[in-house]
Ligand binder design. Sequence first.
Ligand SMILES: Nc1ncnc2c1ncn2[C@@H]1O[C@H](COP(=O)(O)OP(=O)(O)OP(=O)(O)O)[C@@H](O)[C@H]1O
Length: 345
Amino acid sequence: MSTIRLKNLTKTFYQKEGEVSALKDVSLEINDGDIYGIIGMSGAGKSTLVRCLNYLEKPTSGQVYIDEVELGSLNEQQLRKERTEIAMIFQHFNLLEQKNVIDNICLPLLIAGVTKKEARMRAHQLLETVGLSEKSKAFPSKLSGGQKQRVAIARALASNPKILLCDEATSALDPQTTKAILSLLKEINKKLGITIVIITHQMEVVREICNRVAIMEAGEVKEEGFVEAIFDNPKSKAAKHLIFKDAGKEDHVLGDEKVKDLLKGGKIVRIVFTENSAFEPVISNVILKFNTPINILGADTKNVGGIAKGEMLIRLPEDAKLASEMSAYLLERGLKVEEVEADVY
Ligand SMILES: Nc1ncnc2c1ncn2[C@@H]1O[C@H](COP(=O)(O)OP(=O)(O)OP(=O)(O)O)[C@@H](O)[C@H]1O
């Protein structure tokens, strides 16, 4: 297990066309055993952050501490050693196509000086851990995306890392395979006690397995904290944006154009229910009490860190007084009610 501390990290790329500030004063603390999500839209700086985290990219300023060792203070050899404790998996798996599964997993062990016999034994154990024993002799071209990622995870675990960095590791996978890989990562985190950092642009990935999350936009961390707290009550525009997009996703009620149309009418609010409250009585009661229909735009239940949460998007009537009375009524019933502003989308 391992603690990661980023302190006032900046990274500026100097190019002919000008400077790009990919990271601006990023400070984060990732605790032992966390499954920590770093989420943001394309260009937010996620990949730069993760490359700075293991010093594949040297930050322009600021410090990276792994278990209180500052990576900037290490020489090349020490840094290489430290890096063996930080493994990484990628969106496109990065397996060697000309080597079979077992040889792909053996490779980092052989490079580290482990004997061939030992490496093969360990590789077979790792294949079992990732549930792919029957594919030991297959070549990557014969594997599905999910199977390739399992091999990549086994290879990453070969060096007994303290930290596993996952850079968009499920972005190329279908939803069902994504779930299976995320549940494997969760198991690895629990059983082997490895701290996991997940870089993603998908809120559902964060919801599914992360305990904490940092939301990035334009090189900055806009919001950071426990996933459940941010899901219930997002404060920054960046968090609201990601959560709102996620809310409309599963029932396909809200396509992009449709949302823009809907935002033209009365206020849209997002309501979050816990396990102990149900959608229906509250919504029926509000309709009965105010004798006014409300438009339900989408509703579903989501798994937030293992807890079932209900979520609903409704449009309140255009009459501002009535809308605010309805909001107040919902709030009084202990629901989280949050207005979705047009500029959040
Ligand atoms: N080597 C580089 N040279 C110049 N600019 C770079 C370099 N790497 C990244 N950038 C710029 O830094 C910014 C952040 O990029 P980064 O790849 O970290 O974002 P990201 O959040 O990972 O995006 P994506 O999800 O699209 O990969 C972008 O404006 C990008 O163009």
